[in-house]
Design a binder for this molecule. Structure first.
Ligand code: C5P
Length: 232
């Protein structure tokens, strides 16, 4: 089945504090977005790419990514929305008709290995409607109230920190976004969360340490170090 790669890349990156949209910030000489597109297309499974670009930058983003695509892959770039969820929704609306499986991948997880995209797509092709990569958590997590009071300490062994690419059948992902909008949810941070809410099972498969999200300044140092070590 044709596989579409949806990349929400419209975030402002306020926690990173680099004074530009995060996806356009460069590590190792290339923007996070270019790294993300390269990894996704290097998986060999992606037939089309739709990027949700920072508002007003669709044209420049299009020319930035065009040359990264393998021959025959389709590219569309749309303006993103005010939330990640809105950006994904805008991109989904532009997927070519033949796409049956969708991988949604944050530009900010720019170093996710190509093999992870292939693993997620294979799990969807194998019959799971919704597949997310995840890793065990190293910290003990607390649920807290507004005054910092601890409400609960969930058993760490049962928790996973989930990443992207997240993979879905197109039908399920579109339905989940549609239902979210109908409910009035507009700022749910992951697509699998929307799919869970329509009662569809979601499977977690092993994630990858290098699929971390570049969010804060320390993450940039980590990304630079990973790229240096990859260059051997
Ligand atoms: O802010 P955060 O790092 O969680 O964003 C995750 C991804 O969602 C990033 O790649 C970011 O560019 C994207 N995003 C978006 N539109 C928004 C907010 C975030 O495409 N309005």
């Amino acid at each position: 089945a044709a596989v579409g790669l949806v990349i929400p890349a419209a975030g402002l990156g306020e926690r990173l504090g680099v004074g530009m949209p995060k996806a356009l910030f460069a590590v190792g000489g290339e923007s996070l977005l270019v790294h993300a597109v390269r990894a996704g297309t290097a998986s060999g499974v992606v037939t089309s790419v739709v990027v949700a670009a920072p508002m007003g930058q669709a044209a420049s983003v299009h020319s930035m990514i065009e040359r990264e695509l393998p021959a025959g892959a389709a590219l569309r770039v749309v303006d993103g929305g005010a939330t990640r969820q809105a950006s994904v929704r805008a991109a989904l609306a532009e997927l070519p008709a033949d796409v049956r499986v969708v991988l949604v991948h944050d530009a900010a997880r720019c170093l996710a290995p190509a093999a992870l995209f292939a693993d997620v797509a294979a799990a969807v092709a194998g019959g799971d409607d919704a597949v997310v990569p995840g890793l065990g958590v190293v910290d003990t997590l607390k649920e807290v109230g507004p005054l910092g009071e601890v409400i609960a300490t969930p058993d760490r062994s049962r928790l996973r920190a989930v990443q992207t690419p997240q993979g879905f059948t197109r039908e399920i992902l579109e339905r989940a976004h549609h239902e979210a909008l109908r409910r009035g949810d507009n700022d749910v941070s992951d697509d699998a969360g929307l799919v869970e809410r329509i009662g569809c099972p979601v499977r977690v498969i092993p994630g990858h340490a290098e699929a971390f999200k570049v969010t804060r300044p320390l993450d940039v140092e980590l990304a630079e170090a990973v790229l240096t070590s990859r260059r051997g």
